[in-house]
Design a protein around this ligand. Structure first.
Ligand code: GLC
Ligand code: CA
Length: 542
């Protein structure tokens, strides 16, 4: 189908944590292949695979040393090709993660670049003299905080990194760099991959005049990540050249048949829409993080209504919003909503019935909570920066601090290591969350209104009802305040979705319809009235 990506559903896999097929404690590509039937039977249509390329794994694959090969602990290039084939043979799609902004500092390009000022690859990265007195060339902060510049004594110059200091930024102003990175994309596209998730795409270009960022009163970054550390991140992210690059990347992937797509990780207030291009000729989709910002149980109806209104205004058709509750960088949503399992079911209802592309992070379909893991000795390198920050404070901030907590192994069953490691000889690379005896795929399958079954039924309803995939969406008025309600209409169908974001039951008059789905089973229709139990929701067909 042309434009299939506009109505797909995405499941994000963090390969290290999904399924370990050989008992070394680390998830791998053959392990993913073994679990593909699970993903298909759930009803997901597209897989986004977090990086599986060769890497020293200081940032677990977001620091690449060879874009054309696979990290040995994950498998071989043949395994990656087999994965693509196996996905396609199940009528699903797969996109890879693509890190254009930076490489590992161990990448041969960087080793050359750093070796001398006249090395042919010197200009492949961003090098500059300091301001004198040990000061970096500009005041630019990197995204996790602290200066984005690192001094290198080999040549007495500084190199720039928008993420951690072992992830030097490539210089996209050099045409050879752009060409080399476009070749890496072609390499995998030619091998059948259906597109890419583009890592911190918004940070690729930096100001060519190296102007200092203006001052801001904010130290803790805003949720848009474009202000913080006492500056407005004006000159090191969201530069106009990056919007142009989005169109070039789109032109590249549009050369391929069948359709491919790219979804960008971009942050910033009011500017991110520009990545979609003036005529929908930029990135196909961008990740919108509003649901990842949700915390607590209060005022959820107001917040959700705000998000929906914003998307339906700023990303009205032909734009397509994306809905994700979690990813490999942020606290698990089950912990952010204080373990409210009913609210979790409502959020699933929202995610799969609102107009847009839903993206589900592995384990969120069973509600794995965030692992309570120490900053000291953490596997995640950002935690090494913030070892001094008390975990309780970090949790409240909901920022990148210790990302180990959201990367614990997938919980398949109630057996040893939650069934993550086959032979179980080695300990899993991160400890399994202690709640795995109840919170696992095997157990939730047998429970009628388990989160897993709610996800599965909604994914199947979405396949069945065209109006959920490509219909229009309208918020409905005339429902009590804690209720969020909208209709999805199209192709001669109409569904109405009602969600009670409160601990008290509500009852309101509303034209009846056929009950197609309920998050709790308790929810019912009475003559002329719709009744919603605490934190419950339903779908009516008109
Ligand atoms: C993105 C990734 C994150 C990674 C960073 C640097 O934010 O999601 O995991 O550490 O970019 O590549
Ligand atoms: Ca393994």
């Amino acid at each position: 189908m042309k434009d299939w990506w506009k109505e797909t559903t995405i499941y994000q896999i963090y390969p290290r944590s999904f399924y370990d097929s050989n008992g070394d404690g680390i998830g791998d590509l053959p392990g993913i292949i073994e679990k593909l039937d699970y993903i298909r039977d759930m009803g997901f249509e597209t897989i986004w695979l977090s990086p599986h390329y060769a890497s020293p794994q200081r940032d677990f694959g977001y620091d690449i040393t060879d874009y054309f090969s696979v990290a040995p602990e994950y498998g071989t290039t043949d395994d990656a090709l087999a994965l693509i084939d196996e996905v396609h043979s199940r009528d699903m799609k797969i996109v890879f993660d693509m890190i254009l902004n930076h490489t590992s500092d161990q990448h041969p390009w960087f080793l050359e670049s750093r070796s001398s000022k006249d090395n042919p690859r010197r200009d492949w990265y961003i090098w500059k003299k300091g301001k004198g007195g040990g000061k970096p060339p500009t005041n630019w902060a990197c995204l996790p905080g602290g200066s984005g510049w690192k001094y290198d004594s080999t040549t007495d110059e500084w190199f720039f990194h928008n993420f951690l200091d072992f992830q030097p930024d490539l210089n996209f102003r050099n045409p050879e760099v752009k060409q080399a990175m476009f070749e890496t994309m072609r390499y995998w596209l030619d091998r059948g991959v259906d597109g890419f998730r583009l890592d911190i795409f918004h940070s690729i270009f930096k100001d060519d005049q190296f102007r200092d960022n203006p001052f801001s009163w904010k130290y803790v970054p805003t949720s848009d990540f474009d202000e913080g550390y006492f500056q407005k991140l004006e000159y090191n992210i969201n530069r106009p050249e990056t919007f142009e690059l989005a169109r070039e990347v789109r032109a590249l992937i549009d050369e391929y048949e069948p359709d491919r797509f790219v979804v960008g990780e971009v942050f910033g207030k009011n500017v991110v829409k520009k990545y979609l291009g003036p005529n929908q000729d930029g990135l196909n989709l961008i990740l919108l993080f509003d649901l990842i910002e949700l915390q607590g149980n209060d005022k959820k109806s107001e917040e959700i209504r705000g998000i929906l209104n914003n998307y339906e205004t700023n990303y009205a058709t032909p734009y397509i919003p994306t809905y994700c509750l979690g990813n490999h960088d942020r606290r698990r949503y089950m912990s952010r909503i204080a373990g409210n399992a009913d609210l979790a079911r409502l959020l699933a209802l929202l995610q799969y019935t609102a107009r847009g592309v839903p993206i589900t992070y592995y384990g969120d379909e069973i509600g794995i909570p965030d692992g309570d893991l120490p900053h000291m000795g953490a596997k995640d390198a950002t935690a090494h920066k913030y070892w001094w920050l008390p975990p309780a404070v970090a949790r409240g901030l909901n920022l990148y601090v210790n990302r180990d907590g959201c990367r614990t192994p997938m919980q398949w069953n109630g057996e040893k290591n939650a069934g993550f490691s086959k032979e179980g000889d080695s300990e899993p690379w991160l400890p399994v969350h202690p709640d795995y005896r109840q919170c696992n795929v095997g157990f939730q399958r047998t429970q009628p209104f388990s989160l897993l079954n709610v996800h599965r039924e909604l994914l199947h309803l979405r396949k069945e009802m065209d109006c959920l995939r490509r219909g229009s969406m309208h918020l409905l008025e005339g429902v009590p305040e804690p209720v969020v309600a909208y209709s999805r209409k199209g192709q001669g169908q109409e569904l109405r979705i009602f969600m009670n974001f409160s601990p008290a039951p509500v009852r309101f008059s509303h034209s009846s319809g056929k009950l197609r789905f309920s998050t709790s089973g308790e929810t019912a229709l009475e003559d002329g009235y719709t009744k919603l139990g605490p934190w419950s929701g339903l779908v009516l067909e008109l």
